[in-house]
Design a protein around this ligand. Structure first.
Ligand code: NAD
Length: 254
């Protein structure tokens, strides 16, 4: 019950890692969690699956300032304080050489994955400053540590979150706001199915085998592997940890 007394927000809360994290946070005693995602119907399905009265939902586009302000105020209104902000919403973009990327394709990924993270901190900080601080967790990727051919926008965006995290950690520290990134290797969920299929249409399972052969522990992560790291960073067990990158990758980047 390491999240007893805490309230949190999870963006991308209807997706693989977000929903698994919500389930784990609930099992560890969180008092209330606001799931934020694009589509109301996905949020309602996630809420039904989690089946817990501590779950609240809010439909928002994390790349729009009014929406980010909206979900932050909603959490503050319902809970009275915000201890955990898991900035986890993300989009993979399209797989193609950088010369073929359009401006629109690039901007979409950067707006969601980078601007969404900055604005998540921008609006959460003032509430957290007033109530003793807390933990902000950003889902980056192993794509934030090395380059992946044909993924210019995603790779750039996930590198950029490290910079955002470091600035957030320094500006947040005087208020006891901690900021960290998580760097998962491929996770066995919707996003990887999309990427596998884009890398090799109709032969995604071959792409999966190729990735798996590069992972010393021999498999993709499951959503729960990433949720466990989010739980640690959300809890007071990590109270002296800020400004750091936390790799969860079965040895991929070793
Ligand atoms: P997912 O696609 O299941 O979840 C992502 C969620 O983000 C979706 O529910 C989606 O609707 C939401 N989202 C996308 N754009 C949004 C927007 N503009 N506003 C609000 N919500 C938006 O995949 P996931 O693996 O659970 O992704 C969670 C995070 O993990 C992402 O940041 C992703 O980049 C990162 N990540 C994933 C993998 C992987 O292999 N799946 C690996 C490393 C990092």
């Amino acid at each position: 019950m390491i999240l007893k007394g805490k309230y949190g927000i999870i963006t991308g809360g209807a997706g693989g890692i977000g929903k698994a994290s919500a389930a784990l946070f609930l099992s560890e005693g969180i008092e209330g969690v606001l799931l934020v995602d694009l589509k109301q119907e996905d949020l309602e399905a996630a809420k039904a699956e989690l089946n817990d009265k501590r779950v609240f939902i809010y439909s928002a586009d994390v790349s729009k300032a009014a929406d980010v302000k909206g979900y932050t105020e909603k959490a503050s209104d319902i809970f009275g304080k915000i201890d955990i902000v898991f900035l986890n919403a993300g989009t993979e973009g399209v797989v193609k050489p950088l010369t073929e990327y359009s401006e629109e394709e690039y901007d979409l990924v950067m707006n969601v994955n980078v601007k969404g993270v900055w604005m998540g901190m921008k609006y959460a900080f003032p509430f957290m400053e007033k109530t003793g601080g807390g933990s902000i967790i950003i889902t980056s990727s192993v794509a934030g540590l090395t380059g992946t051919a044909k993924m210019i926008a995603y790779t750039t965006s996930k590198h950029a979150t490290i910079g955002a995290m470091r600035v957030g950690a320094k500006e947040g520290a005087p208020f006891n706001i901690r900021v960290n990134t998580i760097h998962p290797s491929p996770v066995d969920n919707r996003m990887m199915r999309s990427l596998e299929d884009q890398f090799a249409p109709g032969a995604g399972s071959e792409v999966k085998k190729g990735f798996e052969s590069m992972i010393p522990l021999g498999r993709y992560a499951v959503n729960e592997d990433i949720a466990e790291m989010a739980l640690f960073l959300a809890s007071d067990k990590s109270k002296f940890i800020t400004g750091a990158m936390h790799v969860v990758d079965g040895g991929f980047s070793a």
